[in-house]
Design a protein around this ligand. Structure first.
Ligand SMILES: C[S@@+](CC[C@H](N)C(=O)[O-])C[C@H]1O[C@@H](n2cnc3c(N)ncnc32)[C@H](O)[C@@H]1O
Length: 185
């Protein structure tokens, strides 16, 4: 499978209001979030889900939006400021090593990787890192696009999650997608 990073301009389409008709953040994500949580939005693009996550965690929670592209993160900050949510959204640039997440070990209550894992070169290393950030009882929702990720490729992704210490607790229904809710075993 090719691992290419989504071009920055795709962020505009992915975060458009039309997308919300298919991927409604309230339907898909609200069941997992409670006020005060620390949430990690991995590969947020231009804040497709970040602002809603910030609304769900409320003023006592925080959202860490981590992306490999500065242009995506600039838009996340801009949109967070416009929505008055900058105080609870932090952006982080993902680099070549895991140091960007060094202070998050055991602190994240919920992590989201929406349409991201197929862009990651080493899924096992990625799952290992996310697992290390999860707090006790923390959960991780992985959603992949059916259009780009075959059933077979998705099975390999789920297997990588299993091999790195995750249990699959649910296969939520997400339109046009393959999704799994993970918990550390
Ligand atoms: C297809 S976009 C999905 C954006 C958003 N989650 C959505 O569903 O609209 C993938 C995003 O993941 C980012 N990305 C790619 N590899 C990454 C990595 N290893 N860590 C964090 N973000 C990454 C890309 O820059 C891009 O913003």
């Amino acid at each position: 499978m090719a691992h290419h990073v989504c071009p920055w301009w795709m962020g505009w389409f992915l975060a458009s209001p039309i997308r919300r008709l298919v991927h409604n953040p309230r339907t898909i994500l609200a069941p997992y979030i409670r006020p005060g949580m620390t949430v990690m939005d991995l590969g947020p693009g231009m804040a497709t889900f970040t602002l809603d996550l910030a609304r769900f965690v409320g003023p006592t929670g925080r959202v860490i939006a981590a992306d490999v592209q500065t242009r995506m993160l600039e838009q996340v900050k801009k949109r967070a400021a416009k929505a008055g949510l900058l105080d609870r959204i932090e952006t982080r640039l993902v680099g070549d090593d895991d140091s960007w997440a060094g202070d998050l070990a055991g602190k994240v209550d919920f992590a989201l990787a929406f349409y991201l894992v197929h862009e990651v070169p080493d899924a096992r290393a990625f799952f290992t890192l996310v697992r290390s950030t999860l707090a006790p009882g923390g959960r991780f929702l992985v959603v992949e696009p059916k259009m780009h990720v075959s059933a077979r490729a998705y099975a390999a992704t789920v297997e990588a999650a299993r091999q790195t210490g995750f249990a699959i607790v649910d296969y939520p229904k997400v339109p046009r997608s393959r999704a799994a809710l993970l918990e550390p075993r």
